[in-house]
Write a protein that binds this ligand. Structure first.
Ligand SMILES: NC(=O)c1ccc[n+]([C@@H]2O[C@H](COP(=O)([O-])OP(=O)(O)OC[C@H]3O[C@@H](n4cnc5c(N)ncnc54)[C@H](O)[C@@H]3O)[C@@H](O)[C@H]2O)c1
Length: 349
């Protein structure tokens, strides 16, 4: 397939691009290269003749139209977004621009492509979103595709808005849209301001490991490689007009997750002066509007497309921690470039 992937220099988008190239697809990666992007994430596919890159802002509808007309994708996989909840609290504007206006521009460009007759049969616009649009759960239950939208942060509100636009373009303009909503991703190449890299890097450097509130918030954790596989399946086989929830079936409280990482580091770093690393845990003021629990019911994608997560959290987290230990130069280069870690020292999305 010819896949146009927006946000392909970010964490999940680059996993999709690497996997798509490995699977034999052609990829056009469209990315503005914001602070969250890193071309090192796609270095291993950069010289592949089936891989193409365009530095563009998705808000630029003319540029999106030109890229689509030139590349003639079989599917657009739309991942480009401002993605960090804490940043959306400090400054929501970029989230409105990219997540809402940018999605609108891309939907319009895709609509023009279909209307012109140039789009191939089976073309799909795959909009990638989050479980955070559903709001917060109590101790029981899990989000299904029919759960009501109740976003609580500027980030999740902007993603919810973009989901609504995608849905409306499907209903009103017959654009073949598929939407997927996933839980917290983890794995290699995640930007160092997010929870898991923060824990590993702070522990390595003997600095406090910040945990919001009492660390009781619960998230479902999805290995990024499993997610990339699910996304490629949805882009190829998802039924237009449908939504698919994608989860890892691995719920953990933030505190349990941080302790799991600390235990892995204790084993890996026998000489570390910071052992046991969980002694570095420092509880910090809770994030405003912090959702208590997210959980995903992913029966539908399993039933309809035969996908199920294959990575256990124990194995996935061990691989992830090992990757950050082995790829110090990757995250050190990002830190040298400088990014604002001071804000709240990056906690789970
Ligand atoms: N990371 C998660 O756990 C998670 C969970 C659920 C959903 N999602 C969704 O998955 C998608 C990817 O998330 P991620 O964690 O890889 O994000 P990321 O922040 O790592 O990457 C986002 C990418 O989008 C690019 N981008 C931002 N604004 C752009 C613009 N205006 N034009 C073009 N490119 C732009 C950035 O340069 C970056 O490369 C997002 O839509 C996010 O909402 C992520």
């Amino acid at each position: 397939m010819r896949l146009m992937v927006t946000g392909g220099a970010g964490f999940i988008g680059s996993a999709v691009a690497r996997r798509a190239i490995a699977d034999g697809h052609d990829v056009l990666n469209v990315d503005k290269l914001t602070y969250a992007a890193n071309l090192d994430n796609v270095a291993e596919i950069a010289s592949n003749e089936r891989y193409h890159f365009a530095q563009q802002d998705i808000c630029d509808q003319k540029a999106m139209t030109a890229l689509i007309d030139g590349f003639k994708p079989d599917a657009i996989m739309h991942l480009a977004a401002e993605s960090h909840v804490d940043r959306s609290i400090d400054g929501p504007r970029d989230f409105i621009d990219t997540n809402i206006v940018g999605t609108y521009a891309l939907l319009e460009a895709a609509r023009g492509y279909v209307r012109s007759g140039a789009a191939p049969k089976g073309f799909r616009f795959h909009h990638i979103s989050t479980d955070e649009v559903y709001g917060s759960l109590g101790a029981e239950g899990a989000f299904t595709e029919d759960s009501p939208y109740r976003p609580n942060s500027p980030y999740s509100a902007s993603k919810a808005s973009s989901d609504m636009l995608a849905r409306a373009w499907s209903e009103t303009f017959d654009l073949p849209v598929v939407i997927s909503n996933c839980s917290n991703n983890y794995g290699p190449y995640q930007f160092p301001e997010k929870l898991i890299p923060v824990v590993v890097i702070n522990a390595l450097e003997g600095r406090p490991i910040p945990v919001y509130g009492k660390g009781e918030n619960v998230r479902d954790w999805l290995y990024v490689g499993d997610h990339a596989e699910a996304l490629l399946l949805v882009a190829q086989q998802g039924a237009p007009g449908e939504t698919y929830n994608i989860g890892g079936r691995a719920e953990r409280s933030n505190l349990d997750l941080v302790r799991m990482i600390c235990a892995l580091l204790d084993k890996a770093l026998l000489e570390s002066e910071s052992r046991p690393h969980d002694s570095l845990i420092a509880f910090v003021d809770d994030r405003p509007g912090h959702d208590f629990r997210y959980a995903i019911n992913c029966d539908k994608i399993e039933r309809a497309l035969g996908w199920t997560p294959t990575m256990t959290i124990e194995e996935g987290m061990a691989r992830t921690v090992r990757w950050y230990l082995d790829n110090r130069s990757w995250w050190e280069a990002i830190r040298r470039r400088g990014f604002d870690t001071a804000r709240r020292q990056g906690q789970a999305r």
